[in-house]
Ligand binder design. Structure first.
Ligand code: TXA
Ligand code: MG
Length: 336
């Protein structure tokens, strides 16, 4: 049952399934319906799923993540058909976005229906919805809905404030001390995008990016013909609770410094055309910004595995995934 990379150091506590079949997916969906947690891959990062209508199960999810109860979670559904179960008064531009970028790495914040209870929205009148494109995530959601489920709440499968996992091994490192025997981790290798979905506030007349991701401001405004508001890091002018506004978010144990010169023994992350300064320990050499996003969280985790005190990161530039990468780096960078 355990994949080759998993070293059972203590009593096995949760099941890890490496080659999912129709039958294991069915069991995983049934397990979700019974109130258990199922971690699963999406194209962005691994999510920690729970039945979004089950109050006790969501409370357990928050406990496992160590997350404050006023911090909302995203509801995952298998297709846009289920959108109006959870949301109402969907603006025209949001429908266009959903038609174009779903399934995919985009979350829409929309006015909620009564189905979206305070325990998933953090008491707000909006709910975050996403239709992921990862085949395993889609299949799990379809099976869950086939069994009568309405949506799977799934934050990134890490402890609150820490680096999101992009492999099942990283989920185990983050959560094995907190999950129980009835919980499951579905393993389907590394995530393709590597940083979390673009979150777009669609409760106003104009779309507002609350968290940048693979769906960029240019892609959104080109499609809907509206100017997009980009929420500046740290400025929360709207009443909406935006992600990553805490002092430290997406952070490894190592201190992260941006664009400084490493000392001997420091970790180093930069695009492959930037050479490693003498004495620094190279953690990733992505060839372009897409690969940078894919490898970033794994590289930050590697710094902790190697017990490095500091990591120096040279952020990428550009108006593509570079914006999301820089957003996460600013949030995890060491603040004096
Ligand atoms: O790529 C992703 O979005 C991943 C995968 C698993 O889908 N999920 C993810 O979830 O990153 P999480 O909970 O780690 O981050 C979602 C962020 C939260 O920080 C929360 O602030 C924001 O989404 N959010 C959720 N519902 C919201 C709402 N109604 N209004 C404002 N922000 C919301
Ligand atoms: Mg998260």
């Amino acid at each position: 049952m355990y994949p080759s990379w998993y070293k059972v150091q203590q009593l096995p506590i949760m099941a890890i399934i490496s080659s999912c079949t129709a039958s294991t997916l069915k069991d995983a969906a049934t397990s979700l319906r019974s109130g258990n947690l199922v971690a699963f891959p999406t194209e962005t990062v691994y999510g920690l799923g729970v039945d979004a209508t089950n109050k006790d199960a969501v409370a357990y999810l928050y406990q496992v993540k160590g997350r404050p109860s006023d911090h909302p979670v995203i509801v995952h559904i298998s297709s846009m058909i289920n959108l109006d179960k959870w949301t109402r008064e969907i603006p025209e531009y949001a429908i266009e976005l959903a038609h174009t970028f779903w399934p995919g790495p985009m979350t829409l914040i929309l006015p909620r229906t009564n189905l979206a209870k305070d325990f998933i929205t953090g008491d707000q009148d909006s709910v975050g919805i996403r239709v992921p494109s990862h085949p395993l995530a889609s299949a799990l959601l379809r099976e869950f809905e086939g069994q009568g489920g309405l949506g799977v709440a799934a934050p990134s499968a890490n402890r609150f404030g820490k680096v999101s996992p992009t492999t099942a091994k990283a989920v185990v490192e983050e959560l094995s001390d907190y999950l129980s025997a009835t919980d499951l981790i579905l393993d389907d290798g590394p995530c393709q995008v590597g940083v979390e979905s673009t979150i777009i506030n669609c409760t106003e007349n104009i779309p507002e990016i609350l968290r940048p991701g693979a769906i960029t401001a240019a892609m959104i405004s080109n499609l809907v013909g509206l100017q997009v508001i980009q929420m500046a890091s740290g400025s929360n002018k709207s009443s909406i609770k935006a992600p990553g506004l805490l002092q430290s978010h997406y952070a490894p144990r190592a201190k992260v410094f941006l664009s400084t010169t490493p000392n001997s023994g420091d970790g180093f992350i930069a695009l492959s055309d930037i050479s490693t300064p003498p004495g620094a320990i190279r953690l990733a050499s992505p060839k372009d910004n897409n690969e940078y996003a894919q490898l970033l969280y794994q590289a930050l985790r590697l710094a902790d595995t190697k017990q490095l005190p500091n990591v120096i990161v040279i952020p990428p530039t550009g108006d593509d995934l570079a914006i999301a990468i820089c957003d996460r780096l600013e949030k995890c960078a060491y603040k004096i």
